[in-house]
Write a protein that binds this ligand. Structure first.
Ligand SMILES: [Zn+2]
Length: 369
């Protein structure tokens, strides 16, 4: 535990702001969801990426930009109410200052390019407000980049990869010092990004395709390309991305609660945020019972270390963006369990520190400065 607390711990992907907009106060300890400030502290987390994610089913084509700004307002409000505990970092030096003052760095990452509403001025605006990584797509493609979901679907796409404007977005990010996040991007987009950017990229929340063949995961060629680029893959804890047998069990759970879920769908619409949060309350316990173990998550870290060495892997929990976590890491306060498991698998202190946060810091320093 002492080793964990003295190490720099960074988590590259957290969706709790969605719950904050829903009215939850994360300055108070709760047993709801996966994240609040007391549990982040208990988990020894020094940097958490608070993701700005806007549901495209509700806010595309109109409203993404405004809604994203509301989410940043919400994060600023949290930081204003707890100035001694949490602050938004703009520079690498801010990471160091926050660390020395015992504050959590609440980094802003925008997930999916749709809040840019096809405008480089809006990209600049998000940068000015503190965005330090940009996820180029979510599951939805934008007008300028195709997603993994769309590229692997039967859908007929008007283009694949990055358009010329898409390349301008990447170049603008390079110019400003915004890290490019390729999680959710299709393979064509992924390689177009690598050809366009001059900086190390990240996958903020993706796991290993070779262990769990899901379109959201990265195959070996992509992993090797990220090594070549100097970037980092932050493994996603989501059971469906780490264990290919999970979905089958989860579907049985959903089937069991079909009637309750169906009435929620009628009330709120299946793609709505309300449906998502309310269905979690119903499914929570039963899904947790069929979740994979923490060791299966560690297998993904292990795989990447064996393939790429220890410099290209880190943690990208997806806390509060997923309905269930592996057994043994049920919320952010359990993060020290990862450190413990890595020790048990014979990792050196130096390599554990890289995985916990030093790899994140390296890319942040290189790209954001
Ligand atoms: Zn995501």
């Amino acid at each position: 535990m002492a080793f964990h607390y003295e190490s720099y711990v960074a988590d590259a992907h957290n969706d709790v702001l969605g719950r904050v907009l829903n009215g939850d106060d994360i300055l108070i300890r709760s047993d709801k969801g996966h994240t609040d400030l007391p549990r982040l502290q208990e988990g020894g987390i020094d940097l958490e990426v608070f993701v700005i994610w806007v549901n495209p089913d509700e806010y595309v084509p109109v409203g993404s930009y405004d809604q994203a700004n509301k989410m940043i307002d919400a994060l600023e409000n949290i930081c204003t109410r707890a100035t001694d505990k949490i602050a938004i970092p703009m520079t690498f030096n801010d990471l160091l200052v926050n660390e020395s003052q015992g504050k959590i760095s609440a980094m802003i990452g925008v997930e999916g390019g749709h809040p840019l509403e096809n405008s480089l001025d809006k990209l600049q605006h998000f940068y000015d407000r503190g965005m330090r990584y940009l996820g180029i797509t979510w599951n939805n493609s934008t007008d300028w980049a195709t997603s993994a979901e769309d590229e692997t679907s039967e859908k007929l796409l008007p283009f694949q990869g990055l358009t010329e404007f898409g390349k301008d977005v990447i170049k603008k990010c390079d110019e400003l010092g915004v890290i490019i996040d390729v999680s959710h991007c299709g393979e064509k987009t992924f390689y177009d990004i690598l050809e366009t950017t001059a900086h190390p990229i990240i996958a903020s929340h993706s796991s290993v395709y070779n262990i769990c063949p899901h379109f959201r995961n990265l195959n070996d060629a992509q992993l090797l390309a990220i090594k070549e680029n100097g970037g980092v893959v932050f493994v996603n804890y989501y059971p469906a991305y780490i264990d290919s047998t999970f979905e089958k069990r989860a579907n049985r759970v959903r089937e069991k609660h079909k009637h309750a879920l169906d009435s929620l769908k009628v009330l709120y619409g299946e793609e709505s945020d309300d449906y998502w949060y309310k269905s979690q309350d119903i499914l929570d316990k039963d899904l947790a019972a069929v979740a994979p173990s923490l060791d299966q998550l560690i297998d993904h870290i292990d795989y990447i270390v064996n393939l790429l060495g220890p410099d290209h892997v880190g943690l990208g929990s997806d806390f509060d963006g997923i309905e269930v976590l592996p057994r043994g890491i049920e919320d952010c306060s359990k993060t020290p369990a990862i450190t413990k498991r890595l020790f048990e698998r014979g990792y050196t202190e130096e390599n554990i520190k890289k995985i916990l946060g030093e790899n994140f810091k390296r890319v942040f320093r290189q790209v954001v400065g």
